[in-house]
Design a protein around this ligand. Sequence first.
Ligand SMILES: N[C@@H](CCC(=O)N[C@@H](CS)C(=O)NCC(=O)O)C(=O)O
Length: 343
Amino acid sequence: MRNTIVAMAAGLAAIAASGTAMAGKDLDAIKARGAVNCGVGIGTAGFMLADSQGKWRGLSVDVCRAVAAALFGDAEKVKYVPLTSQQRFTAVQSGEVDMVMGNATYTLTRDTALGLDFTGIFYYDGQSFLVPKKLGVKSAKELNGATICVAPGTTTELNLADYFRANKMTFKPVVIEKVDEIRAAFFAGRCDVYTTDASALAATRAANVPPPRTFDDFLILPEIISKEPLGPVVRHGDNQFADIVRWALYAMIEAEEYGINTKNVDDMLKSDNPAIKRILGVTPGMGKALGVDEKWVYTIIKQVGNYGESFDRNLGPESPLKIDRGLNKLWTQGGLQYAPPIR
Ligand SMILES: N[C@@H](CCC(=O)N[C@@H](CS)C(=O)NCC(=O)O)C(=O)O
C-alpha cells in the first residue's frame, strides 16, 4: 500500500514537472492503433457523406480529420463508422468508436448519466419541420393531426412531443431508425412531415429529393422549436483525449478569427503577430501542453482548413446547401462561434 502511494506521488510529481497532460488509456489505444475511430451518421450532405470513391466529406467529418491531424500529423488517419441515432452513444460507451460526430445535441443527461462528454459546439442548430408545399401548410401551428416522421433516440423525438403538447395539438409519429429510410418514407408520402435539425432538413431538401420533384416542391417551416447545439462526443474518463478533441475544433475556429487559412498558412508562419506565432507553433508551448506536436494547428489548417473554410465548402456558398452562417458566424461578426484563446 505504502509503495503504491509513493509510486503514485512520484508519478504525479513527474507529470507536474514535465508540464504535459497525462495520457489516458483511450488515447494510448488510439496512438497504438494509429487512427481515430470516428462515429458519424449514415449519410447527410454537408455533414457526413461518403462520395463514390468512399471518401467521407462534411463539416462533421472535418472535425474527425482535425483530431487525426493534431494527433498523427495526418488528417487521413480516421476510420469512419456509420451509426444511427439509436446506436451512436452505445458505440462510444462500449469503445467501438473513440468519438462521435453524429450531429449529437449537447444536453445535460447525455453529458452526465450516459457517461459521455461533449467537448464543444461545432454547429448551433435548432429543430424544424420539412413539408411538401402541396400540403398547403405555412406554419408549424397548422400541423394538428399530422403524421410525422422522426428518428428514435433523438432530442427531436422529445421536442416534438413537448411542442405538440404545449400547443395543444396531436400528431401521429412514424418512428424510423435509419435516416435514408426516414427520407424514403417521407418522400413516399408515408408521413406528412419530416422533423429533425433544420440543417439536416436543408441537406435533405438540397440533396435527397427524388426526381421529378425538386427542391422547390418542399418547404422548411419557419418555426425553430428547440436549441440543438451539436457537439463532438467522447467517453467520460480520458481527459487528455477529450482535450485534444476540444482544442482541435477550437483551433479551426481560432484560425478563422486570425485569418489563417489553407492558402496562406505557410506565409503565416512568418507573421510577427505573437498570437499567430503561438497558434502555429512558431513560438513553442501549446503543442507540449496539449501533448501533441507543436505544428498541430498548422497541420489542421493545412490539411483540413479553418472553420469558415469547412463551413463554406460543405454547407455554405460553395455547397448545394447554401446554408447561412447565422448563429455559426464568429463572435466578431455577431455570431456565437467563440474559441477560448490558444495561449
Ligand atoms: N440532434 C439530434 C438529432 C440528430 C440525429 O440523430 N439525427 C440523425 C437522424 S436525422 C442524423 O443526423 N443522422 C445523420 C445520418 O445518419 O446521416 C440529436 O442529437 O438527437
